[in-house]
Design a protein around this ligand. Structure first.
Ligand SMILES: O=c1ccn([C@@H]2O[C@H](COP(=O)(O)OP(=O)(O)O[C@H]3O[C@H](CO)[C@@H](O)[C@H](O)[C@H]3O)[C@@H](O)[C@H]2O)c(=O)[nH]1
Ligand SMILES: O=P(O)(O)OC[C@H]1O[C@](O)(CO)[C@@H](O)[C@@H]1O
Length: 438
């Protein structure tokens, strides 16, 4: 690979994409794909064959979400910049509202590329909206396009009634799958089942299954304030914790965990429940987020759970590290999502030696099979969620066995492997384009 001197563009429109530390959960779209894009870029930048990485996103002006989102360019690390492309719309847009801005963003992105001293060798698009823009740029500049879907709509048909927004989303994904030069997915489930369901005859030959690595987190500067606050609000803070970390959106199914916690005999006596679900208090939260948080609050109030359950209203990156460390001490991490495309939290938990209880729908089945650190459950079965948690927190030898497996096998999820394989794919596509042009 030495001598390739690659210039990579990652393109991702949604959420609050900024140089670390990121405020995960600041909006409904500030979650896993942002961790993925940043960690992928940092690992790729460490390769000598990579000259420069530009992470391109929307410029927006919203002081509450952070002044950096209005900066045209922000250095993010060695060889990496975050470059923000403006359109006439300067407000933050939820992913559902991005579609209306796509024609303007496509024009602005192509003008941005045309102004660069050198065109990129590859555009890696995250989500189908970014892929549509990248494909328009490919038509103008002959730059190969790689597509990573992150969360495909097709399996959501089983969770939601069929509606025009979902069908439009699936249509956009079908176009991206049909047209991209290569598709990078995280799991075999996406490769063999989900993408297959889009019915694109030659898609299989362009799919590359590259599992991501463990998200990088800043360590707490000193002791975590959130852990100190938990000690004040929980009646018996020394009990192990049942921990969940997820954006407060309905598909993450966090209410089922609260119901399971209270309905499983012995669980609330053995452990405390801690749910980290986004950052509260900003006017940017969506109706869905407000409804999910209200439901969690109501469940805790109605069942008198405060003192045994904590729903911290906000957190910093270091608090997440501290919570996983706390959960490693006899506790368990739970992801009860109705469907989880991959599930970065399950590998974060493994890296900290925390056993997991996870939805059997989507990527978690493959992660738990690879690492061997937990129990899979039907997310619609509250009793199964509760009894799996109870088994782990009440059986020290099971906990120890799962925790050891987590630490032994987490190496299967490694950003340097991802970087090597993705960059050699980019280089191969570049060579094919050059050969076709010669
Ligand atoms: O309040 C919160 C909520 C989330 N997180 C973090 O944000 C990330 C969330 O990632 P993930 O659990 O994977 O979920 P999504 O945000 O839903 O991410 C999408 O994109 C990911 C990367 O492709 C996939 O793993 C997911 O399945 C897909 O739904 C993790 O690092 C969490 O620790 C926080 O720090 N605080
Ligand atoms: O909730 P959905 O529609 O599955 O989409 C996945 C979500 O996860 C994220 O990737 C989190 O980063 C969002 O950008 C996106 O909104």
């Amino acid at each position: 690979m030495t001598g390739e001197n690659l210039f990579i563009v990652h393109l991702a429109l949604g959420g609050c994409l900024k140089a670390p530390p990121v405020r995960f959960g600041a909006t409904a779209d500030t979650g896993g794909h942002i961790a993925y894009v940043l960690d992928a870029a940092f690992a790729q930048a460490r390769l000598s064959s990579v000259a420069k990485i530009s992470i391109v996103t929307r410029l927006f002006d919203d002081k509450q979400l952070g002044a950096e989102h209005a900066l045209p360019s922000e250095p993010a690390g060695p060889k990496i910049t975050i470059d923000r492309v403006p359109t006439a719309r300067r407000a933050y847009l939820e992913k559902e509202a991005l579609a209306a801005d796509l024609p303007a963003f496509t024009e602005a992105f192509c003008s941005h590329l045309a102004r660069l001293p050198r065109l990129p060798d590859i555009i890696h698009a995250h989500f189908a909206d970014a892929a549509a823009i990248a494909l328009a740029a490919r038509a103008r500049f002959d730059i190969p396009v790689v597509f990573t879907p992150h969360s495909l709509g097709i399996d959501k048909r089983v969770q939601h009634s069929v509606c025009s927004v979902l069908e439009e989303r699936i249509g956009g994904e079908r176009h991206a799958i049909a047209m991209a030069d290569a598709i990078i997915v995280s799991t075999r489930d996406e490769a063999d089942h989900q993408i297959h369901a889009y019915g694109i005859a030659d898609a299989a030959s362009r799919i590359h299954c590259l599992p991501p690595g463990v998200p990088h987190r800043e360590r707490p500067r000193s002791s975590s304030l959130l852990i100190a606050r938990l000690a004040e609000c929980l009646h018996d803070p020394h009990k192990p914790i049942v921990l969940a970390i997820a954006r407060p959106v309905a598909k993450k199914n966090l209410a089922a965990l609260v119901r399971a916690f209270t309905a499983t005999p012995g669980l609330a006596e053995t452990a405390n429940l801690v749910i980290l679900a986004g950052q509260r208090g900003g006017s940017r939260s969506s109706t869905e987020e407000r409804e999910v948080l209200l439901e969690l609050d109501c469940l805790c109030t109605d069942w008198g759970l405060y003192g045994r359950v904590a729903l911290p209203p906000r957190h910093e990156s270091g608090d997440v590290v501290a919570l996983y460390q706390r959960a490693a001490q006899g506790g368990v991490f739970v992801n009860p999502a109705l469907h989880e495309p991959f599930g970065l939290t399950l590998i974060e938990a493994a890296a900290a030696g925390v056993p997991v209880v996870a939805t059997r729908n989507g990527g978690p089945g493959e992660i738990v099979e690879t690492i061997g650190h937990g129990i899979l459950v039907d997310p619609l079965d509250d009793a199964a969620i509760g009894s799996a948690c109870l088994r782990i927190v009440s059986d020290a030898s099971l906990h120890d066995r799962l925790s050891r497996a987590a630490l032994r096998n987490i190496g299967a999820y490694d950003w340097s492997n991802y970087a090597r394989r993705s960059v050699s794919l980019y280089a191969m596509l570049g060579r094919a384009y050059r050969a076709a042009a010669a």
